[in-house]
Each structure stands twice: as C-alpha cells, then as structure tokens.
Design a protein around this ligand. Structure first.
Ligand code: FMN
Length: 207
C-alpha cells in the first residue's frame, strides 16, 4: 500500500501594526487568511497591545523580557513565517509597530526571533497612497533585524474603505485576487528560503 504524500502545512503569524479595533490592516490580514491555500495557515494575532514601551532599564530589570514581549517572541519563533500589515503614520510605520520591532531586534533567552525569519510586508490606508512610505520604513527596519523580507510582489491597498469588508472572506474581488497571489508568493518564498535556513548550524526549524 502506498501512503500518499501530503504537502506540509506551514504556519504564518500575521501582525497588524495598529491597535485600532476596526483596523483596516487587521481586516486585510483576515482577508489574506481567507484567501490562503490549505497548505498555509495564517494566524492573525493581536500581540502588539501587550508590548510595553521599549526601555533599556526595563530590559535590564527583566532579562527574559516583559510578558507581552515573551509571548510575541514565542509566537514568532514558532511560526514558519511572519506577515506584517502596516498602517502609515506621517509617512512611516506607526510607533507601536516600531516599538515592538525594537524589542524583537534584541538578543534574548528566546533568541533573536527576527533573524533569518521569512517576512512579508503589506499595508492598507484610507487615503490614496496605500502605505508606500510606511512599507519602505518597515522593510528597512526588518532588513536591519536580519529578517528575510520577500522582495516582491508588493501590495499597497489605497482607499481601504472601498476594498475591505467586515467579513474577512468577502471584500473587493480585485483585492481578494491580489491577496491570493500575495500569499501564494509568500508560500513560494518560504519554500525558497527554508533550505537556506535549515543549512545554518545552530538553528532548528520545525516544519
Ligand atoms: C497620526 C496619524 C498619521 C497619519 N499619517 C498618514 C500618512 O502619512 N499617510 C497616510 O496615507 N495615512 C495617514 N494616516 C491615516 C491612516 O492611514 C489611517 O488612520 C489608517 O486607517 C490607519 O490604519 P488602521 O485602520 O489599520 O489602524 C495617519 C493617521 C494618523 C492617526
């Protein structure tokens, strides 16, 4: 009897750079999750709310990190990849997201969780520009943290109110198709970079 090969299911943590209850960026991630293939499980997390302001004194007092930081680090470490959807505040990513990245960039007993982590970036704004500058600033910081940022495709969602629906599975069809292409490209990116990560001594990747 032959046992059919089943493709592995990869787990991706999705983080919105917004604390707003009705965040367009969280909706965008939910919609991405609804358009992901069965081989890619997208988990939209609300981890930023529990992350305190970065402070080196606090870091020294709590070398393991505050609870919210530990929890976010653990979720990222356990995931095969990370998708970050960023709003744009004053032509950059919001401070709440940069603050979390500053914590995540630090060495810790849980490791440097962004180092060699495959990451994809996208974003939505209510206005006409679709977070171009916020995504550029986010990419710059992620590169600095050693993340393996998917170069293309890029996805800038402008006029979010016309494109994103309350119901994650719905929303505008063009946006749904773009998200489908985006998550498929990220799955290919995970396949492409995972062997390189596996080859790194001292790093254990579980699929
Ligand atoms: C402080 C602040 C600055 C903003 N700056 C920009 C900006 O530079 N460009 C832009 O397109 N939208 C800007 N916006 C509008 C945000 O894109 C909009 O509030 C968006 O809905 C936030 O994302 P969210 O819905 O995921 O929270 C700004 C909003 C705030 C609160």
């Amino acid at each position: 009897m032959t046992i059919p090969d089943t493709p592995p299911v990869r787990h991706v943590l999705c983080l919105a750079g917004s604390l707003r209850r009705d965040s367009w960026n969280r909706r965008l991630l939910r919609m991405a999750a609804a358009h992901a293939p069965a081989t890619l499980h997208l988990d939209v997390c609300d981890g930023l709310a529990a992350v305190p302001m970065f402070d080196e004194d606090l870091e020294q007092r709590e070398p393991d990190g505050p609870a919210g930081v530990r929890s976010l680090r653990a979720s990222i470490a356990a995931a095969d990849g990370l998708i970050v959807a960023t709003p744009e505040y004053n032509h950059a990513m919001p401070g709440v997201l940069k603050n979390a990245l500053d914590w995540l960039s630090r060495e810790s007993p849980q490791g440097e969780v962004l180092l060699e982590k495959p990451v994809a970036v996208l974003g939505a704004s209510a206005g006409p520009w679709g977070t171009r500058l916020a995504q550029a600033s986010l990419r710059q910081v992620l590169h600095t943290c050693g993340a393996l940022v998917m170069p293309t495709p890029t996805l800038f969602i402008a006029n979010a109110a016309d494109r994103l629906d309350d119901n994650a599975a719905q929303g505008d069809t063009t946006t749904g198709q773009a998200l489908q292409r985006f998550v498929l490209a990220f799955e290919q990116w995970l396949e492409r970079v995972a062997p390189a990560i596996d080859a790194q001594p001292g790093l254990t990747i579980m699929h």
